[in-house]
Write a protein that binds this ligand. Structure first.
Ligand code: SF4
Ligand code: SF4
Length: 409
């Protein structure tokens, strides 16, 4: 695609990056079939090709409107279009640039600005844990639409008694929404890691990976969180005290692996972020070499279930094949279902900011899974798990919880 960027974009780092991405797009349209919003809405402007064109116009100096903002807001940032693009168009990087350019030029209505700002604060500690606990108590009297977003508490079980005694240590994320929503996932992860010789610890000074701020129009605040995390984690990793950051929420894992891109123009942190990224491991990556050992320790198999691969696992990190192979080696009998490449509609805070589309995608996903006669779902990201659980009576949980239960008998 030919481009002629406006002066303000052409001479900036972000403009050069966007220009290179835009020039790769041939407008072939292969990506349309992979795009969830195009599948639901059937509007070119709500597909990757149309969004790319809208961002090109903005970067060329054509003033964006509230419609441009709407079509970019409706994008799930699922990266499914990247997976299928034959020209290697880095849509995810482009939409980060495009959204910022549009945000700088289109003022959201006051009510929306206040809502997004409140949402950012409510999703951060200590508010999120407190608010979620209150919502759980209030759940029986909440309207159905709200009730479905609040997942009943699940017992976490005990933590490993002495995780520090292991010679091998890994870091876990401390300040995510996950411990408040589903503490059972971290507890299961720590027990399974303990059973194969890993101690788990948290780094003081670290916090949220930055994804929530980044996707709610606060990219600068998100970058501050990234820098703080790098400062907290890198000395522990490079001194050899811990060997990896293990992530059991693929949304956070995808974000951490993108730190080098998000900080590429930071004179101090670009190089530090690049050093950090190789240490980031999804729980499946860490456990894959130990599959036989874990399988031998499992007192029963997990059996038949549907595996919903989150977009941040399959399209962002490219870890769907590895995870499915691992689950097969651990005795999961995965039942294939249609459209498993499509987003379930969770997508970070998307299910809150775009509830109609999110619910439509969720119901479509559950229908596809039911059509495959599955009666249980396992996944790899807390957001997807809660979102799907809100639309079905089938149990939905993280696969590591199944492994933990099977090891414990
Ligand atoms: S993003 Fe890729 S698949 Fe989509 S229109 Fe452009 S070149 Fe084709
Ligand atoms: S990231 Fe997902 S929702 Fe957005 S354009 Fe690409 S396929 Fe469509």
């Amino acid at each position: 695609m030919q481009t002629r960027l406006a002066d303000w974009a052409r001479d900036a780092d972000f403009g050069r990056e966007a220009d290179e991405i835009l020039r790769r797009c041939t407008h072939c349209g292969f990506c349309l079939s992979a795009c969830p919003t195009y599948q639901v809405l059937g509007d070119e402007l709500d597909g990757p090709r149309g969004r790319i064109y809208q961002m090109k116009l903005v970067l060329e100096g054509v003033g964006p409107t509230d419609k441009t903002l709407l079509h970019l807001d409706r994008c799930l940032t699922c990266h499914a279009c990247e997976t299928v693009c034959p020209s290697g168009v880095k849509y995810g990087a482009l939409v980060d640039i495009g959204r910022k350019a549009v945000e700088d030029r289109v003022r959201r209505p006051l009510r929306e600005r206040l809502f997004r700002s409140a949402l950012r604060r409510a999703m951060a500690p200590p508010w999120f844990g407190m608010l979620y606990r209150i919502a759980r108590v209030m759940r029986p009297v909440l309207p159905a639409a709200l009730k479905s977003r609040i997942i009943p508490a699940r017992a976490a079980g005990s933590a490993p008694s002495d995780p520090q005694h292991h010679a091998r240590q890994v870091l876990m994320l401390a300040s995510c929404v996950q411990p408040a929503m589903m503490p059972s996932i971290d507890a299961a992860t720590r027990r399974v890691l303990d059973s194969v010789g890993f101690g788990t610890r948290y780094a003081s000074g670290s916090g949220c990976c930055g994804a929530i701020n980044f996707h709610l129009d606060a990219q600068d605040a998100a970058r501050d969180q990234m820098r703080a995390n790098i400062d907290a984690w890198l000395p522990l990793l490079e001194s050899g005290k811990v060997e990896a950051i293990v992530v059991n929420a693929s949304g956070c894992g995808g974000m951490l692996k993108d730190y080098a891109r998000h900080l590429q123009h930071d004179p101090v942190y670009a190089e530090r972020a690049a050093r950090l990224v190789p240490y980031v491991k999804d729980i499946a990556e860490l456990l894959a070499p130990m599959a036989a050992e874990i399988r031998a320790a499992m007192r029963r198999t997990s059996g038949r279930c549907a595996f919903h691969p989150p977009c941040t696992l399959q399209h962002w990190q490219g870890l769907r094949p590895l995870t499915e192979r691992l689950l097969g080696e651990l005795g999961f009998e995965l039942q294939p279902f249609e459209e498993s490449h499509l987003c379930c509609g969770s997508a970070g805070t998307y299910s809150i900011t775009q509830p109609v589309l999110a619910t439509s995608l969720r119901d479509r996903k559950i229908e596809a899974i039911q059509a495959a006669h599955a009666n249980r779902i396992v996944s790899a990201n807390v957001g997807c798990i809660c979102h799907l659980q809100g639309g079905t009576d089938m149990p939905v949980r993280h696969w590591i919880e199944d492994v933990d239960e099977a090891v414990r008998g």
